[in-house]
Design a protein around this ligand. Structure first.
Ligand code: H79
Length: 692
């Protein structure tokens, strides 16, 4: 839309719209703010959604010049000038776009929601926005993609949701420009005005298409901050109290792992990208978004398609950890899904038709690790269904669930068996021994992707968990306190330190165990005098502190040098690096105006008060490394958002050579170093400990 308006009046209009928008929602009294559990309920039940990355970048299909590895980032990765990129707009003519087909493919695959890019980083909009002409309304095709897809999703029982990029490489008010983009002036650019544009567009999307989720992205640049994130989140909540908003509305995403690293962060769910966390986090909602090949946007040259088995294992793994799986499709420029994707969706759907009950509406596994696969859980009245997803049947064909107190309510069966009557033959003796359930699975009925065995148990699962052994470190100088605990109620931990397995007569852990010599701790959980968990083993080693050096180091603070660099990691060979400036730093910090494409090197001595094991916590955005006495103590290298890494080293009282290197590529920049003595909390390394 907006064909007549000049840019200025458009911006003015944009400034006014959020206010207008708020008023126009008031057809009825504003809905009462919904309870979080109520709001998240459909999303938690869904477990599986479709991501769609579609925009002008589908036209070059990943190729620009000699390189064919581009995707939705092509404008930046190929450094395409804006006027050149704008030539794709009149080429937007996806004549085979069929919203009905897309929504039905999602539904048939067992997906309960669909998230489409209303706008990606290139700024191009898939609906006819009143705020800009940089949209589908101003193309030969002219059709409103969001409208058609929203309506089709409604018909197929798939929740329609939108992805909206905060970062915008097209809008004149968006800052910063790309580093390579020398010809686009920033004169007169005003990020506050961009924020109004963003709010106006989000208002349009919510009021016109009612997305179930607003999935923000591109929040990591220096112009975005918590205040702006909070304002955007509150706008969303006001526009639709039932709508769910992801955590990328705010800063504090904590890198690609996607879990908020600050308690002030807003957002309803966490967003790991292209990865599955090692474990879920009880009480925290999260969704892993992942590609089917190795691009989000359509790339005709990408042959790295994951197998259907891998995709299903990802779905099952995620569900077993209590998360959602958002699986991406990058449609082609003609409006069709790539055939490789269609085939995989169909195969996933065939599995879901038989086994979807083991995914939808389930919660996380109650077991820690199952060597043969995964488990999902559903309470059903007086019983609980354990869905055992077999990835690889053990050689003896027996699935073993250890440490479970419950009795089985009925013989196990295969979920894919239409009669649900497939009684499992018992293994030698019984499938229902004290604290153990054993199920013999016949090899001839295995599903090539994953076989689901249903075990219905009486009541709520009562699982005896193995003990958790925690300590500051696995090394110590004088002595160390080791804590042994079990997450299981009404159970005790027994342990040994002489290498023998713990028996019911072994020492019970009450309070911390103090070790003064190198030894191996073995512990298990016991209930009524019976061992009910596996044995957990950990070794603690007594170490000798590194002797101090005796330099002349009278001054407080560290020497620092500043360097212009183009690093993505800290190179091993740093000879020939010339300093732009140098001085003495009273503290280890990135400084008030750190800048971009920059590195800082701190060097001198660390003054240590007593011979002990010291733990160090290095927090940085982007990468950093810490060496003491020439040894690498913390490696926090690589491009990332603010991330903390820990390391430990035993140091004798006195001075030790220290070197710390930090760099920032672009955007957010931060650096801090903390230390902790045994048993004490981390604190900032004080100026008095820094010498040169
Ligand atoms: O839309 C898809 C991608 O185009 C988009 N997100 C998915 C869903 C995406 N944009 N960038 N990236 C993915 C990778 C960017 C990584 C980084 Fe950062 C940005 C590294 C440093 C800045 C964010 C902040 C991730 C780590 C720190």
């Amino acid at each position: 839309m907006l064909r007549q308006a000049t840019l200025r009046s458009a911006l003015l209009l944009a400034a006014l719209l959020p206010a207008l928008g708020c008023r126009s929602t008031g057809t009825a009294a504003p809905a009462a703010p919904m309870d979080q559990d109520q709001r998240m309920d459909w999303w938690r039940q869904a477990r599986f959604g479709m991501f769609i990355h579609w925009g002008l970048y589908a036209i070059p299909a990943g190729k620009w010049g000699a390189k064919d590895s581009h995707g939705e980032w092509i404008r930046t990765t190929a450094e395409i000038p804006l006027d050149e990129y704008e030539k794709f707009q009149p080429q937007w003519n996806p004549t085979k776009f069929d919203a009905e087909a897309w929504a039905s493919m999602a539904a048939a695959a067992g997906m309960k929601y669909l998230v489409i890019t209303s706008k990606h980083h290139d700024g191009f909009c898939l609906w006819d926005s009143a705020q800009t002409d940089w949209d589908v309304g101003n193309t030969p095709h002219g059709r409103d993609i969001l409208r058609e897809l929203k309506d089709a999703c409604d018909r197929h029982g798939v929740k329609f949701c939108t992805y909206h990029s905060i970062m915008d490489w097209h809008h004149p008010d968006y800052l910063p420009r790309r580093a390579w983009e020398k010809d686009r002036s920033t004169d007169g650019a005003d990020f506050d005005r961009f924020e109004k544009y963003l709010h106006a567009q989000v208002t349009e999307i919510v009021q016109n298409y009612h997305p179930g989720v607003m999935w923000f992205d591109g929040e990591w640049e220096s112009t975005w901050n918590h205040e702006r994130g909070l304002r955007l989140y509150e706008l969303c909540r006001r526009l639709d109290p039932a709508m769910i908003v992801n955590n990328r509305v705010d800063v504090h995403r904590g890198g690609m792992q996607g879990f908020a690293n600050s308690s002030e962060a807003v957002g309803d769910f966490q967003t790991p990208e292209q990865e599955i966390p090692a474990t879920g986090v009880p009480g925290v909602d999260w969704e892993s978004c992942m590609t089917m090949n190795s691009h989000w946007g359509w790339n005709a040259y990408d042959t790295q398609w994951k197998s259907t088995t891998t995709l299903l294992h990802n779905l099952i793994d995620i569900a077993s950890k209590g998360g959602n799986y958002l699986l991406n499709i990058g449609p082609r420029a003609d409006g069709t899904f790539p055939p490789d994707a269609v085939q995989r969706l169909r195969e996933i759907g065939a599995w879901m038709d038989k086994n979807g009950e083991a995914i939808r509406g389930t919660t996380a596994s109650v077991f820690d690790d199952l060597s043969w696969g995964r488990c999902t859980v559903r309470r059903e009245g007086a019983t609980t269904k354990l869905f055992l997803h077999v990835f690889e049947l053990p050689a003896d064909g027996i699935l073993e669930l250890r440490g479970i107190a419950n009795h089985v309510a009925r013989p196990p069966y295969l979920l894919a068996d239409p009669r649900k009557q497939y009684y499992m033959p018992m293994s030698a003796g019984s499938y229902d021994e004290p604290n153990t359930i054993r199920i013999q699975v016949p090899r001839n009925d295995l599903d090539p992707h994953a076989t689901v065995v249903v075990v219905e148990i009486e009541g709520v699962p009562v699982i005896y968990k193995a003990p958790v052994i925690t300590a500051d470190s696995e090394q110590f100088v004088g002595g160390i306190d080791v804590h042994l605990s079990t997450p299981t109620a009404n159970a005790s931990v027994r342990y040994t330190t002489d290498g023998s397995p713990p028996s019911p007569q072994a020492a019970a852990a009450v309070g911390p165990v103090h070790l003064t010599t190198t030894c191996t701790v073995k512990a298990a959980t016991f209930h009524d005098g019976v061992q009910v968990s596996d044995v957990v083993t950990r070794t603690f080693t007594k170490v000798t502190p590194l002797p101090p050096v005796e330099p002349v180091a009278p001054g407080e603070g560290l020497l620092f040098t500043r360097h212009a660099v183009n690093w993505r990691s800290i190179p091993d060979d740093r000879r020939g690096l010339s300093a732009e400036s140098a001085g003495v730093a009273a503290e280890i910090t990135a400084g008030a105006a750190p800048g971009e494409h920059v590195a800082l090197r701190f060097s001198g001595f660390l003054k240590v008060p007593e011979g002990e094991l010291y733990r160090f916590r290095l927090t940085s955005d982007d990468g950093s490394k810490l060496w003491i006495g020439g040894r690498l103590v913390v490696d926090n290298d690589g491009p990332h958002g603010s991330e903390a890494k820990d390391g430990a080293i035993a140091l004798g009282a006195g001075l030790h050579p220290i070197e710390l290197i930090w760099f920032n590529i672009t955007g957010g920049a931060a650096l801090s170093l903390q230390w902790a003595r045994p048993g004490a909390a981390f604190e900032k390394v004080p100026t008095s400990a820094l010498r040169h």
